[in-house]
Write a protein that binds this ligand. Structure first.
Ligand code: 3PG
Length: 209
């Protein structure tokens, strides 16, 4: 499953983190991101529309790899998988969530920040971790410091990352990709400015050219 997860995360330098309020936005938004080169798309379970949005993107958007984010427990995990998610992201981890993930073919990217959290997830067999909230928790310098004690552990940082600082992270050897919401700003989504989103996605995609 680690290989499966890595193959998704390596598709692009930036995984868009989406908060979809209106399910009607899901397909055009995902198409716009895929057109800009961002195929793996994380739809967060922060809205009532999230599960329908995942379903729509998984079924209707050619080239997209639909994933679910902000998965906080086993129930979320199961609902997101049933909706067609091909990867699952959580800001942290709980026993219940890890048990649900162990019994599934769909890979989990669980979050960790502290050494103890990283060690606990390593014991569970996780070598690819989310790091959230990245900027607030210590940023690229913090993750750089983890590379020596935790050689072999890779991180996908999210939280406070944008075009301005993404390269600080992407230049580190223990970072597989970053995540962020900046490629799908609320205003552009509300205005249906899909061309604008494709442009932001293409810029993000070019971060690792
Ligand atoms: C996440 O869940 O990964 C974050 O909400 C994304 O953070 P950002 O909005 O600061 O990019």
């Amino acid at each position: 499953k680690t290989e499966k997860l890595l193959s998704v995360l390596k598709l692009q330098p930036v995984v868009p983190v989406l908060i979809i309020e209106d399910v009607a936005h899901a397909v055009p938004l995902a198409r716009a991101l895929v057109a800009g080169g961002l195929k793996a798309i994380e739809i967060t379970m922060r809205t009532a529309a999230a599960l329908d949005a995942i379903k729509a993107v998984a079924n209707e958007v050619e080239g997209a790899v639909a994933g679910a984010g902000t998965i906080l427990n086993a129930k979320h995990f199961e609902q997101a998988v049933a909706a067609g998610s091909q990867f699952i992201v959580s800001p942290g981890s709980t026993r219940g969530l890890l048990d649900a993930a162990r019994d599934s073919d769909i890979p989990l990217l669980p979050g960790a920040v502290t050494s103890s959290e990283i060690m606990a997830l390593k014991e569970e067999g996780y070598d690819v971790l989310k790091f959230f909230p990245a900027e607030q928790a210590g940023g690229a310098n913090y993750i750089k410091s983890l590379s020596s004690p935790f050689a072999g552990t890779l991180f996908c940082p999210t939280g406070g990352i944008s075009l301005k600082n993404a390269k600080d992270y992407l230049s580190l050897p223990n970072i597989v990709c970053v995540g962020g919401s900046w490629v799908a700003p609320k205003e552009l989504v509300a205005a249906g400015d899909w061309a604008g989103i494709t442009k932001l996605a293409a810029e993000a995609c070019a971060l690792r050219g």
